[in-house]
Design a binder for this molecule. Structure first.
Ligand code: GLA
Length: 388
């Protein structure tokens, strides 16, 4: 997807609002290497920020209005700060309305502003275009208002915006990596206390994303259902296991011992989450020692678990993983993000990326009639901004 360069965006901004932008922000999407549906269980995740981003140009206004223009949707959405809700006709604007509302809840004084938004993170593809938008807007608002805000606080504010204004009871992973990611690394995050470390990615393999181009239509409702099932499982296990707060606190042997107390559905969901946490911990150690092949195996295992136990995959994602696995250069493949469509993440030996692209693309098109988008991505820097 083409993205307008800085000059073109600035010209567009000036044409749109009859005054120039003052700040330019970029915030990246992400690919999650390991740790899917673990963040809202106080678990572990291992994502990387990618070289696909949302850009926001912004400037203050003299009144109490917020005017936002989306280049990609060719649409404008405006509201008065004295009274605003969500905009059903411009759902993209709800992310920024949510961010503004969360700043205010925290006592920050928000003034009027103009915002121009553009980006090349595919929408609804499981690469966190929504978190990138929230984070980019949050940074623009922070710079314009000269607010002091810790990076972790910014991630939490954006997560709250998505929960309150968009209605997805999401975890913290996407916003956190979009704020705190760093070039050339994956970020190992403990979602309970938000402690994290950055692990350099050094191996001679590329991270390749295959976009099924199936949109996540069921997304929000199924996501919230999975989350509720995890919480119910914790409640069902509490009488036996005592002080557990989240599935993070349950070991696999404890789950097995208590299998008879749980429905098949609850048992399997918990099995995914607990085993996925273990995979993240192992994966981080493997990446540190550059052990590509066993790291890749964890990706395959993660996919099986998401498909069979957590049941968030779909035919097209399974097909992409199978096609990838049949390629000699593939070290590992799995769905990434919430699921029900979207993308797979693949680890492919550098030399073999080209044939991988050709073969997977051909096979997928043959079976589905749809051409997938396949591209390499580079682990990138979290949000950045600069004055204009
Ligand atoms: C979405 C959510 C994240 C996380 C993933 C699944 O991307 O926003 O918080 O739960 O799904 O791992």
């Amino acid at each position: 997807m083409p993205i307008l360069d800085e000059n073109q965006l600035a010209q567009r901004f000036t044409a749109e609002f009859s005054s120039p932008p003052r700040v330019s922000v970029r915030a990246p999407g992400r690919v999650n290497l390991l740790g899917e549906h673990t963040d809202y269980n106080d678990g572990f995740v291992f994502p990387a920020a990618i070289d696909r981003e949302i850009r926001v140009l912004a400037a203050r206004r003299q009144d109490e209005q917020v005017h936002a223009c989306s280049v990609d949707f060719s649409q404008r959405s405006s509201f008065d700060l004295s009274n605003f809700g969500s905009d059903p006709g411009a759902t993209w604007s709800n992310y920024l309305r949510g961010v503004v509302s969360e700043y205010r809840k925290r006592g920050f004084e928000i003034r009027g502003m103009n915002l121009l938004i553009s980006g090349n993170v595919p929408i609804g593809a499981g690469l966190s275009s929504s978190a990138a938008l929230e984070v980019a807007v949050a940074e623009a608002v922070r710079v314009l208002g000269e607010f002091e805000l810790e990076k972790t606080e910014m991630a939490l504010l954006c997560q709250a915006a998505e929960r309150e204004f968009v209605g997805v009871q999401c975890g913290i992973m996407d916003q956190f990596i979009s704020v705190l990611g760093q070039e050339g690394t994956a970020l190992f995050l403990d979602c309970r206390d938000l402690s994290f470390s950055l692990v350099p990615i050094r191996f001679d393999a590329k991270i390749v994303i295959c976009d099924s181009r199936v949109q996540r239509t069921l997304g929000a409702s199924e996501y919230n259902k999975r989350r509720a099932a995890c919480e119910e499982t914790v409640r069902l296990l509490q009488p036996r296991l005592g002080e557990i707060k989240a599935l993070r606190d349950v070991r696999i042997d404890q789950l097995e011992e208590n299998q008879s107390r749980l429905s098949e559905h609850h048992y399997r969901a918990a099995h995914h989450v607990i085993s996925e946490n273990e995979r993240v911990l192992r994966g981080v150690e493997l990446l540190k020692t550059n052990a590509m092949a066993p790291f890749g195996d964890l990706l395959y295992q993660s996919h099986e678990s998401l498909k069979n136990d957590y049941q968030v995959s779909c035919r097209e994602l399974d097909l992409l993983v199978d096609l990838a696995a049949a390629q000699p250069g593939t070290l590992g493949a799995r769905m990434t993000g919430a699921g029900f469509g979207g993308c797979t993440v693949n680890l492919v030996r550098t030399q073999e990326v080209e044939p991988f692209q050709e073969e997977v693309s051909r096979g997928y098109e043959q079976k589905t009639g749809r051409k997938p988008f396949i591209y390499m991505c580079v682990p990138s820097q979290g949000v950045t901004s600069r004055a204009l």
